[in-house]
Design a protein around this ligand. Structure first.
Ligand code: ASP
Length: 340
């Protein structure tokens, strides 16, 4: 690390494939190894790179083990170091990266610096690792200062974090943003799509930590027996994301679901309707099968991803809104997560 460059970037390493090593039981993160892995990338010591510092979380996680506790830890680290750095790179496993990116986007209100999540499909310890470009380009984006939001860089594209979804389990272009254009493409140069970027906010950064609110995701399928879900929907969960067919359609005209939704809403549970189709929006009322959902108290998630809907429910309930407050905000765009 050199002292001469003006820009300072904080790299937060949370775990994930990028820093994993081979073990007899398959790839796993190893405490204390990652610093040496970064030092072995000559470009990171180049004169052209900004200054960066590394914080390693403990324990390092396969991202399938992420919980709201880790989201809180990452968000707190960013908020506490907000004035000391120009941008932040969060190295994270790909499996739940879109959830973490979504959560951070809601938790960090008035964010006016880049927070870039990245990782890799192949660990840095392997010769074909995609992690090297992902880290180098993410650091440059974090130092570039063009974005004021939580985003996800992977395989040459910079995506809005709460619009991204993991699309490939083994391809090097692992993420897509089906309902919003990429914020930038990294070719020979990094080309930003200015019109797609969120404007710089004026207020001070505000951190909202999350609570472990009981949230559920239900995917409808032909023949679904809603009565089997009734007690958890009406008594246990506070936020429900229901992944419907197409533009918001439910088997059986939703008739079996309607009384459950009414009872759930009366108990303080907010149900958001998303689509199983990655691309396009829910339009409650476009078909007979979906209009009744809205009348029963369900919220239209429009074109929000399931990841962002889950994170938004955590955020709104943690912020203390009652069911009407949560419902109203689930229909509203807060951080560029939906097209209203
Ligand atoms: N299971 C890994 C994780 O999410 C996969 C990856 O990083 O690509 O931590």
């Amino acid at each position: 690390m050199r002292e001469t460059d003006a820009k300072r970037i904080l790299i937060v390493y949370t775990g994930g494939t990028i820093g994993m090593v081979r073990t007899p039981n398959g790839y796993a993160p190893k405490e204390g190894y990652f610093r040496a892995a970064l030092d072995a990338i000559p470009a990171l010591a180049s004169e052209e790179m900004p200054r960066w510092e590394l914080r390693e979380m403990s324990p390092l996680l396969d991202s399938s083990n992420m919980t709201v506790n880790e989201w809180n830890e990452i968000a707190r680290l960013i908020a506490e170091n907000y004035e000391r750095y120009d941008g932040f790179v969060v190295l994270h496993g790909t499996d739940t990266m879109a959830y973490t990116a979504s959560a951070l986007s809601f938790m960090l209100e008035n964010l006016a610096k880049p927070v870039v999540l990245t990782g890799s499909q192949i660990p840095l310890c392997e010769v074909r690792s995609d992690g090297r470009d992902n880290i180098i380009t993410s650091i440059l984006i974090a130092a570039g200062g063009a974005v004021n939001e939580v985003c996800l860089y992977f395989g040459g594209s910079l995506l809005r974090g709460n619009r991204a979804t993991k699309y490939s389990a083994d391809g090097l272009i692992a993420f897509v943003s089906p309902n919003y254009p990429a914020l930038a493409e990294a070719g020979i140069t990094i080309r930003y799509r200015e019109s797609a970027l969120l404007p710089k906010p004026s207020g001070a950064l505000r951190l909202q930590l999350l609570e472990n609110v009981p949230i559920g995701v239900i995917k409808v399928f032909p023949g679904i027996q809603f009565e089997l879900f009734e007690s958890i929907m009406t008594e246990k969960l506070r936020g429900i994301v229901i992944e419907t067919f197409g533009a918001g359609n439910i088997p059986g005209d939703g008739n079996a679901l309607l009384p459950i939704i009414r009872r759930a809403f009366a108990n303080g549970t907010v149900l958001t309707v998303c689509s199983q189709c990655p691309q396009g929006a829910v339009s409650l009322g476009a078909y007979e099968t979906s209009g009744a959902l809205k009348r029963a108290g369900a919220v239209s998630g429009l074109d929000i991803t399931t990841e962002a809907a889950v994170a938004k429910l955590y955020y709104l309930f943690s912020a203390g809104y009652d069911k009407e407050g949560v419902k109203a905000r689930m229909e509203r765009d807060l951080r560029g997560e939906m097209t209203v």
